[in-house]
Design a protein around this ligand. Structure first.
Ligand code: PAF
Length: 266
């Protein structure tokens, strides 16, 4: 509270903990843009489906707090799961455009849970800006829309996808991969890059790009593709024709039981 009255700009990085370099890069972005950086650690139950990995989701708060300290985070906010949601909680935020399609089709209620908890966190932390990773591009689109529609006084900043050296997008779920699956995983990004090349070479048909990606990932049967979407980069709604700079290629695929997502701008 005092920090705000002193005119300090407050940057916020909401996380579900189990922090890796990808999260810490979000912290770096927040530090560049704000005077004070707050990180929240909260595994949000309302954004997990009944058959998803809420119980199994890695929790390592002590190590997370240490990582935050080392990276220069000023405040860590880690509410207790039982305390953050009131027992009679009954108010949810439903964004109804950007949350349609892509992950929204396969994770019913997910973006409702995300939008709700992010608004709750914004109301408690009261940041000037909040940084989210582009790996979850649909999440960023949903939150930008929520902030715009509901006049939430927070600037949403999108940070680039942090990748391992071999191209795999960093994710807390990568740790679920076996050694063999980990070797195969970078193919996801390589396949998206190949699609970027096709578009650079003049391909504009969304369907052709979708088929190219699905076929490349289907080879060898390692990946089980959930979706390949070619969408408007702002609304996340499908397009037929690619408009370079305004179109996103997003994919979700399983390697064994682990669901990976990735995306590129076309
Ligand atoms: O991206 C995440 O880790 C979560 O969806 C978020 C934004 C922290 C909300 O729980």
């Amino acid at each position: 509270m005092q920090l705000r009255t002193q005119g300090k700009l407050i940057g916020f990085v909401p996380t579900m903990g189990s922090l890796h370099e990808g999260h810490l890069r979000l912290v770096d972005v927040a530090k560049e843009k704000a005077d004070v950086v707050v990180v929240s650690i909260f595994v949000n139950p309302t954004q997990f489906g009944p058959n998803e990995d809420f119980e199994k989701y890695p929790r390592e708060e002590t190590a997370d707090v240490e990582k935050c300290e080392q990276r220069g985070v000023d405040i860590v906010f880690a509410p207790d799961a039982g305390e953050f949601y009131a027992t009679n909680f009954s108010t949810f935020v439903n964004e109804e455009l950007c949350s349609r399609g892509l992950c929204g089709d396969f994770r019913p209620g997910h973006f409702r849970g995300v939008a709700t908890v992010v608004l709750m966190l914004f109301n408690v932390v009261r940041p000037d800006l909040a940084v989210f990773g582009k790996k979850d591009a649909q999440q960023v689109a949903v939150l930008r829309k929520m902030v715009g529609d509901l006049f939430v006084p927070v600037t949403v900043v999108e940070a680039p996808i942090a990748r391992e050296e071999d191209g795999l997008a960093m994710s807390s779920r990568n740790r679920y991969l076996s050694a063999e699956q980990r070797k195969l995983a970078p193919r996801l990004h390589a396949t998206l890059q190949a699609a970027v090349e096709s578009v650079r070479a003049g391909e504009r048909r969304a369907k052709a790009v979708q088929e190219q990606v699905a076929a490349a990932l289907g080879e060898g049967e390692a990946f089980r593709v959930q979706y390949v979407g070619v969408v408007d980069a702002e609304t996340m709604q499908p397009v037929e024709e690619i408009a370079p700079g305004r179109t996103l290629l997003a994919v979700a695929a399983f390697l064994g039981a682990t669901r990976l997502i990735d995306n590129v701008d076309l």
